[in-house]
Every structure is written in C-alpha cells, then in structure tokens.
Design a protein around this ligand. Sequence first.
Ligand code: AQP
Length: 328
Amino acid sequence: MKRVLSGIQPSGQLTLGNYIGAMQNFVKLQHSEECFFMVVDMHAITVPQDPASLREQTEAVAALFIAAGIDPEKANVFVQSHVRAHAELGWLFTTLANMGELERMTQFKDKSAGKDSVGAGLFVYPTLMAADILLYNADLVPVGDDQKQHLELTRDLAHRYNTRFGDYFTIPEPYIPKVGARVMSLDDASKKMSKSNPNAGSYIALLDPPDVIRKKISRATTDSGREVKYDPASKPEISNLIGIYAHCAGLTVEEVEARYEGQGYGPFKKDLAEQVVSVIEPLQARYNEIRGSGEIHQILKQGADRASAIADRILAGAKEKMGFLPPR
Ligand code: AQP
C-alpha cells in the first residue's frame, strides 16, 4: 500500500478544475492506498485572505472533499494548520532551498507579475509544500499539471536533505490524470481555470447554482468556425470544452467529436452545460447535507489527530539528523 498526500487551498470557491484535476483522483486512490487529504489554509494566506472568508472556505473545502466521495474512515481529511509540524518542517526546508530555484517557479512568476509588492510567503510557498508532502513520507502526490514543477522541487529538496544529513525522506512521485490535468479558463483557454480569478465567469465553481453554470457555459469563449473538433493548437477554446465534456460524460474526445459532427457549437454547449450539471448537482446535495449536520468538525479532528501522530514523529527524526538538540 502506498502513502498518498495532497491538498487544496481554501483560497476561493473550488472549481471544476480542482475537481477534475485533483479531487477525482483523491476519491479513486482512497480505495487502494493510505491517503492524507488536507485543506491547506497556510498556503492560502500567501495571498491576503479575509479572516471570515478563510474560516468559511476552509470548512467548505473540507465538506466538498466528503461530498465528492472521500470517505473519512478510509482517508485522513484534515486542516493543515491543525498539524503544527507543517509550519516547522516548512521552515527547515526553506533553509535548504535556494533563491534561484524559487524564482524559477512559474506559479510565483504568475502570481507576482505586475505587483508592486509581493509577499515573502508567496515566494517560499514551494518549501512549505515540500514539507507537507515529506512530513508523511508520501510516495504519491495526486495533483493537476500546474503543480508538477513544485513537486519536482520537492523531490530535489528531499534529495538534498538526504545527501546532506543521511537518507531519511521518501522521494515522492506525481500522480497526474491523463485527461483533465489542466482545465482551462472559460474566457481564455491560454490560462488555467483558477478559483482566485477575479472574473467569476472564467470558472465553474462546484457550488454554482445550475442556472449559473448554464449561463457561464453559454457565454464561454469559442474559436472562430463552428466545427466541434479537438485540436488544442488551433482550436484551444473548443478543445477545452470538449475535454470537460469528455470528462463529465465519461467519453473519449473522439466520441464527443463524433456525437456533434456537423452540428456546430450551439447544441454542443447546451448539452455540455447539462453534462456538467449532472455531475455537480448530486455533489451539491451531499454538500448541503454535510454542512447541515455539522459532522465536519469531528471528521477534521479525527484526521488531524491521526496526521499529527505521524507528522510529529517524522519531524522529530528530521530535526535530530540536522543536529537540533532534543528537549529533555
Ligand atoms: N485548472 C485546473 N485544472 C486541473 N487541475 C487543477 N488544479 C487547480 N486548478 C486546476 C489542481 O487542484 C489542486 C488544488 O489546487 P490548489 O488550490 O492548491 O492551488 P492551485 O493549483 O493554485 O489552484 P487554483 O484553483 O488556481 O487556486 P488559486 O487560484 O488559489 O491559486 C492541485 O492539485 C491543482 O493542480
């Protein structure tokens, strides 16, 4: 059995991109592997968050994990800040990282572009992510394509630690979906769908009411022409929509193309909206039940207790190897 770890930031409403790129794999992996799924609130504060919204979004993301099908008896679901070892190991890895390698991270470049003042937390985000993963000696990390570079850095940092202080950390592998690894924005297929995009029309939120989803899809940008053809290089907008359709309907992109041959964008977009709604509606019903029951707090406590037991032990061993004097 492999150990699996991943997280999602409570930095806004979770999107269909988070669901397809990450959460669906969380649900799949829980049946065969030992899983740890976190709401990474300490990552979310690398850009300013309103305290009340952060609290609400943290609970909402945890409830969405369960609504999407994560069984808290099979997988450990917890909030990152409830396990203190993350912050501590994060600092240790910050001291192992170089400025140059952090400056090369595309997420840092994207999120800091055009800003007069950029938070230091955004810069060291990848060292905290490395700590999140290595703290459990995770073997596999299910993420969307956008996180591949951070995971590569995690592997480098683990290797660096092991070389300097002796073998200790497992070198983790990414686990990226073959279809849907990068769901793009509805208003611009050159950008990934992102929950912190200020234009709400650019993403489908998992908690958007069905009519809002229909409206957003009908307004989604399409390429010139009218042929429903999957060709990301010359028809990026429609190819993104075909990818979403294929994922929601459980079809291949070729099957989607064949279904809409000669029909144009109109009927395709109308059906796409219904496909997305059919995935999201049952998820929303479960979400409302979970929020109503208040059970999420007990689930998160149990998850944090189990996670802390492992994390504290691994952190103590890592500190000892680095030469920290153990408390007596
Ligand atoms: N558009 C996407 N397509 C496929 N996978 C995606 N993921 C995010 N967007 C897409 C995957 O979702 C997981 C959680 O991501 P995160 O919340 O930790 O941060 P992120 O990758 O930066 O996602 P967002 O939605 O863009 O958040 P903000 O806007 O706050 O930065 C990851 O596995 C990610 O790959």
